[in-house]
Design a protein around this ligand. Sequence first.
Ligand code: GDP
Ligand code: MG
Length: 705
Amino acid sequence: MSRRIIHIALVGNPNSGKTSLFNSLTGMNQRVGNFPGVTVDKKTGVTPISDTITGNIIDLPGTYSLYPKRLDEWVSYRVLLNQDKEIKADIFVVVVDASNLKRNLLFCSQIIDLKKPVVVVLSMADLAKKKGIQVNIPELERELGVPVVAVNARKGKGVTQLKKAIEQTASNLYKIPARDFIENKLLAAAPIEELRSVIHEASDYSAIHYLINHEEFSLDQVTQDTIENIERKHNFNHTKTQAKEILQRYGRIKHIMNVAVTEPDPLEQKIFTDKLDNVLLHRRWGYLILLVVLFVLFQSVFWLAQYPMTWIEMFFSTASSWLLKVLPVGWFSDLVVNGVVAGLSGIMVFVPQIMILFGLITLLEDSGYMARISFLTDRLMRTVGLNGKSVMPLISGFACAVPAIMSARNIENRKERLLTILVTPLMSCSARLPVFTILIGLVIPNKYLLGFFSIQALVMMGLYLLGLFMALIVSYVAKWFIKIKERSFFILELPTYRTPRLKNVGQAMVNKARIFVTDAGRIIMVISLVLWALSSFGPTKKMASVTSRYESLILQHPTQKDSLETEWSAEKLKNSYAGILGKSIEPAIEPLGYDWRIGIALITSFAAREVFVGTMATLYSVGENDEGLLLRDKLHAAKKKDGTRLFTLATGISLMLFYLFAMQCMSTLAVVKRETKSWKWPVIQFVYMTAIAYVMSLIAYQLLK
Ligand code: GDP
Ligand code: MG
């Protein structure tokens, strides 16, 4: 028997519980994609509705009313008005937060008046109950004229009844209500009537939307002109009609609240949340607790991730040595090991940080504390053009910019989100740490100030603060250049505290990791292959002579095979295209105090900043096992062409500043591309960060030398 497929769209206010319902309906049968042009994830999935019907479900972006403001609200809007070219829905499931009925019913009533098949899901019944709110469902059903089902998506309660209601709606057992929620026709009788004679499938209410928004609809030019004429002929006034509509809707909703809902005395409503907020939003304690929470969060991402990251690196290095053993020696095994496997490992090492950060963020969001973080920091962040929600990405940026930039997705305002993405990589991430460590050890004396403050530690801290400071400055400046006009709303209503759900946490972790590996991973792979090619190939003649020289040297002195091989790698790198590139940028970086070897390291560091250490070790022929002390001694003794010391205080500081400010991370660029959906922003970011790095290093070197 062939099954009938119906398309079901989940709509509702943000945070009404759509995604939870979606997850509980589709379980593991879901796919995450992209809505064209906006950056919210497009989740689709299937679920059996009955023996004969399969439901194709889509989780649409949350919307407060049928008057869209943000781009993602437009997505939902177009689907609801049947104007989306790809997404069509047979049935709309409107998720309504029972603990916030008044506001949620506004959107719900608008959808009902579109005269589409609708099933209402009442979510958050448990919260409503805690608040002392009781909803009389049969009465609510009578008032709305559509089926209402209470569902607890977290416990999977009510899902069967919901499917039943969907099935009955699909088979026309529930009729679309004849009566409008409000008298839409009376809002603008003449233009509505005329429009409906042109567009037959419009209801009185959707006619109003055609009049207001037809420019955004996919209609042919003749129809567009006709609507334009109707508007003009009747002097149709958008704003007035809208205002009247909303007022009337709230009037009727008030009535419904009276007959179908019992609310407790407002005095009794001072529940757990308020008491907790007395502490967590306290003028002093609130900020102290916030600092502690952020510190713990940062530490967890930083420290917890280290273990799985080490395992991943160990796994890939074991795999590499095994592959080297089984594959025939030659460029192919080099490609597999140093190109492909290294690229894969470069992608996978980010996964622990991404998963841990998003696990923690989901915990904070689920519990309701995240909104408080925004609330507490909003004023401060706003002065530099950011938003309370930028705090999380910025702090996470101290661990790694990649997951941090992905977490900026929570910022609804496009301009603030973009600014956050642009400045997050200035936060000093953990990949800079090995570079700073070796440079500080090299040029900063191991002395104590006042016998107590280690100068080396102070320099390290100074670098971290400098990164943060620069991020705020850049954002303050850039906010004048980015021309995106979008109103940003301050959160007036804070959600109630809830127990976080582990399943949500797990899902967020898996989803984010998957998005990163598939989307950003591809770009990272391509760039690492390019970098591999640059550092393993060079002009044929030169490379061949290096090869033959060392092959014969090893034959002559088999006892010194190891040290000869290390030297060989150094020669290979020097003569490769990357080496040539490093040498050719020498004139440009000489004013910063660098020589060509540092130039090569700057280029290879693009794979990841910590590669600096490995490249230096290769160039100075330090074997893998004694990278630490020996490398430091060799760097210490390194000389410039004119015979002076290479790593003076001036060069060291200049180089630290360069690594602090420059955009030397292909993974970050890949993620920015994925998050902004264009190469424009990664390019701008690369240019502005490198420019700052160059200027700051130049100033530092010229002043100190
Ligand atoms: P969406 O924005 O509409 O997709 O809403 P989500 O599904 O992301 O839910 C928002 C928050 O409400 C999440 O923290 C959910 O865990 C939580 N939530 C969802 N359904 C329920 C429910 O029935 N009861 C309670 N107490 N919380 C819920
Ligand atoms: Mg959602």
